[in-house]
Design a protein around this ligand. Sequence first.
Ligand SMILES: Cc1cc2nc3c(=O)[nH]c(=O)nc-3n(C[C@H](O)[C@H](O)[C@H](O)COP(=O)(O)OP(=O)(O)OC[C@H]3O[C@@H](n4cnc5c(N)ncnc54)[C@H](O)[C@@H]3O)c2cc1C
Length: 347
Amino acid sequence: MFTGDTWRRHTTLSLPPAALVIGAGIAGASVAYFLSKLGAAVTVVDAGIHAASSVPSALINPVRGQSGGVDARALEGMQLTWELIRKLESEGFNIPHGQTGILRPIPNDKARARFERNLPPELPHRWLSPAQSPTPLPSTWAHALWLPEGGWVDGAAFTRALLTASGARVMRGRAMQVDGRWLVVDAQVSDPQPLGPLDLPPTPQIIHCGGSIGSTWAGEDRTHRMGSLLTLDRAAAEVPLSFGAYLAPSAAGGVLGATYETPAQGWQEPALPLGSVGWLLGKGESLADLSGVEVTGRWTGSRLSGLRNGQDENGVWHLSGLSSKGFLLGPLLAREVAEQVSETGVS
Ligand SMILES: Cc1cc2nc3c(=O)[nH]c(=O)nc-3n(C[C@H](O)[C@H](O)[C@H](O)COP(=O)(O)OP(=O)(O)OC[C@H]3O[C@@H](n4cnc5c(N)ncnc54)[C@H](O)[C@@H]3O)c2cc1C
């Protein structure tokens, strides 16, 4: 028999939830990883297409763009990302990366003053003259900001390692809710065919981490931005360089990339207009001497702007809109979402 007190205790007791994570980019894989650590039974459904997280080399860069903006949680996010990579590598996962430091060449005094205004004292950094740079810089740059704790990571390898380490059940296909039921459908065809119902425990927590393509599939009106990386036969500089575009080492050599196409209100088919190739190469040459470096291919992806994290009015959780900070902040924000989901639990 339940007395009033024991009944209250039982109704407020949170059990580890059963969770359905939609999307296995860096957001979904990190949510699955942390939820599993918290004891949840996690199922991940991933369409396996158009993941921005498969970027061949992503910067872990706390000082953003050409304005030098620093997210309030950049240092915390960067530290957690490196900690996770080290932990996964100690468990046997191969994640090409380098915590080499990042160099931000700065064109003039005005830009330096803008960066200085944004730099929190607790973020390790050093101002260098171009002559002191750890890698040769074209003479057009006036200053260089050295960020010793930054670096680069192979996006696909890191994401895959998190997903595997989570131990979650992974299903290939697109998750779709039809008449209140969750189905897995074939995402590769224009008229998605049902592959079957999702076999889920009762009342799972749903965490939507669908990135750019997933947002468009869900009918959201949000801002998307396409960009490309040219893959290179070798790294054009020893450490990542970033201003306008970035040059970075990668597992297969190096990359030259940026997200620079005109923003759009929906995911768009990956494309690399000829004009963009010229623009990108020009940006690369302004950062380093590219003579002798060969372009071996290209990778194009779309990223979603406008961070969405937390629970919506229908009880669905979200982690999306990581913009250009997916690998800087994704794991940190995923850990928080996982903790919130776990606290909600099932009663
Ligand atoms: C050119 C370029 C360069 C970038 N450089 C950097 C960088 O240097 N540093 C950095 O930190 N970030 C960088 N980013 C941004 C980073 O890649 C993204 O922020 C991050 O990868 C987004 O991760 P995500 O998990 O939210 O989405 P995604 O990686 O896009 O993953 C979403 C996944 O969900 C799946 N999906 C969607 N809907 C469904 C559904 N209904 N059912 C099943 N599956 C679904 C998709 O198929 C996909 O696999 C770059 C992005 C681009 C495009």
